[in-house]
Design a protein around this ligand. Sequence first.
Ligand code: ADP
Length: 394
Amino acid sequence: MQVSQDQPIYSDAPLQLLLFVDGRPKSKPQVQRIRSYLKELQADYNFDLQIIDVGQQPYLAEHFKLVATPALIKIHPEPRQILAGSNITGELKTWWPRWQAAVDAYLELQSGLHENDENGRLREPKSSIRSVAVSAELIRLSDEIFRLKQEKEKLQEQIQFKDRVIAILAHDLRNPLTAASIAIDTLQSNYNPQKGEFERLTPKMTLHLFKHARNQAKTIDRMITDLLQVDRGNEREFPIQPQKVDIGKLCLEVLEELRDRYIAKSHKIKKDIPKDLPNVYADPERIRQVLINLLDNAIKYTPEGGDISVCGLHRTSQKVQFSIGDTGPGIPEENRDRIFENHYRLERDQGKEGYGIGLCLCQRIIQAHYGQIWVDTAPDGGAWFHFTLPVYPT
Ligand code: ADP
């Protein structure tokens, strides 16, 4: 335990006091008054006083369940007593004779019990300043262990999540890589170095294969660039806490929250969430935000009496695709990428309330999960927003 400089070294004094102080300028005069009164008493009485700054040792204040400072605590002889409030000196004057009487009774009891150890010293009181310090330290340490355990679990989740994502990426990269390799192999196996030409391949076909290989390489490049960007930007902006999430259930909860809104517009909700849709590996709060934004838009932009659909799909062994569709005006093809930009709104919708940030937020959240989000058009012209998330490993 930290003791302020002018405090006595630990002794076995039968009366032991702790004075809790804080750094507020407002409480300084009161603390000074208490300290000088205790100093006066120290001339005539034998007691231990330790001064504890709650700012430095908050766990000790917690240990004694203090609600205000300054506070003077008699920790020995038992029972413990706390003097707090604006008139500690006054209270101390009242209690001092009784505390002295308790000390006398304690000393008498001790000598009566012959509880001297081999050196003839009185045994350390059970609730001494030292034992209080030890138990407060234990509380602090167990709090610390609890915090570290939680942190460890969180880190393990993060590592597991990254493993999952790497597996998905490896899988996703393989498609364009295989396609590029096939095109290059075909070109190579048909190339005659002596003649310097591609045999059995028409010039049109040769050109097509070159183009195809180059496009696949570009796709790979884009995937890697996106990935690096996500890692750089989103992790700091969106520290996600991935865990096992039943996305179908989460979506139904969000729909329930928005019930009043779609009922008011007489929308029909169509649900197609397979019972065996796997759990996803995601941050439930963040995904809730995505679902709220997409469903909110669907309700906002769909005229009265329209349909809103939610649909889950186990797309590959690694990914779940979730889609939200509506029968509103849809998104024109030329605007499909731009609507995910910050503050972008279709000119057509400038009159409607909104700030054009919802979809941008959705994209950042989904990208932080290493998923994809995009929009296309339903056969009847409405918008269909789709996003993918990693499957939770079984
Ligand atoms: P906000 O809805 O607040 O304007 P968003 O970022 O959510 O911002 O959407 C951006 C724009 O995309 C909207 O202004 C709107 O023009 C268009 N949009 C979004 N969702 C839909 C939808 N379901 N149907 C038609 N247009 C939509």
